[in-house]
Design a protein around this ligand. Sequence first.
Ligand SMILES: NC(=O)c1ccc[n+]([C@@H]2O[C@H](COP(=O)([O-])OP(=O)(O)OC[C@H]3O[C@@H](n4cnc5c(N)ncnc54)[C@H](OP(=O)(O)O)[C@@H]3O)[C@@H](O)[C@H]2O)c1
Length: 338
Amino acid sequence: MKQLQLGKTGPASSAIGLGCMGMSGMYGPADRAESIATIHAALEAGVTLFDTGDFYGSGHNEMLLGEALRLAPASRRDNALVSVKFGALRDPSGGWAGYDARPAAVKNFLAYSLERLGVDHIDIYRPARLDPNVPIEDTVGAIAEMVRAGHVRHVGLSEVGSATIRKAASVTPICDLQIEYSLISRGIEDDILPTLRELGIGVTAYGVLSRGLISGHWQKDAAGKGDFRAMSPRFQGENVERNLALVEALRKIADAKGVSVAQIAIAWVAAQGEDIVPLVGARRRDRLTEALGALGVKLDAGELAAIEQAVPKGAAAGERYAAAQMAHLDSEKGAAHH
Ligand SMILES: NC(=O)c1ccc[n+]([C@@H]2O[C@H](COP(=O)([O-])OP(=O)(O)OC[C@H]3O[C@@H](n4cnc5c(N)ncnc54)[C@H](OP(=O)(O)O)[C@@H]3O)[C@@H](O)[C@H]2O)c1
């Protein structure tokens, strides 16, 4: 599989990474055996980047990924990079209770993650969000200390804007920013992406299929109870109808090229730069196979233009998160000033 470098200081990664969040309930129930089989199929296909968060299923996702890696052949497991997000607080009913990225919390979260994953170091460790009560310099400073102690290899960020990225990078090398980026979420292009390129920081792009919305497989009202998408503005009422009309426009281009809608959407993100690694959220082997097929889809300038005409910048109906969650996005605060 094609390899990319994650930022000028980061590790090499497969050109597509696997995000494991959906395997721990964020998109409704997931099948445990199929989840593990999907991780194994990804390793077998040469995927080396696996993303998780300690708060996905309150530890469930890390234990699942840890088990899958332990069960995999050592030759595959040894190449795997594990990216872990921390800081989001949960309660026993699955509710969300803010963020904690104080240095003492960083070390505490890390100790538990190492244990749940069953590993002696984490390849990329990152705060899921900026903790408004803690300077980012303190948070990444604590991770840098853990790098020096051998518990972490690289420091990453998630959903923060340019000012925060610059502050973090002044303390320690940052390998990548994990942030939503897709045909219908292009907010990073104006300010964040140029900052990352100036500083030599890579992107791990999530939501490249907008959580399934632009995968070509989504049906209106398909989200059940406990599925993030049941609450997400883009999946509601008139919004989802307008968004699915964009998908149909994309489908015409995909059909003409003989590829799937999901493959076009992933290939479009991949075509935006060698510094961008799309993280796909497949939780079944068939979806994974489809997603990895995007690596073989080459888009020329004419095709890229046709795709951007079918789904113009800013065409999505609805924000990418509900208002309460948007308020936690430092990455969106920067955008408000432009
Ligand atoms: N840093 C952050 O704030 C943040 C936020 C969210 C996610 N993430 C990370 O990014 C990863 C990917 O995120 P995402 O869920 O937003 O990904 P996504 O790839 O945009 O959406 C994944 C969903 O799309 C559907 N789908 C349909 N066809 C697919 C195909 N061929 N391949 C893959 N999925 C297909 C699946 O839903 P069904 O299974 O229901 O069909 C799947 O659960 C997560 O697992 C997580 O690690 C990070």
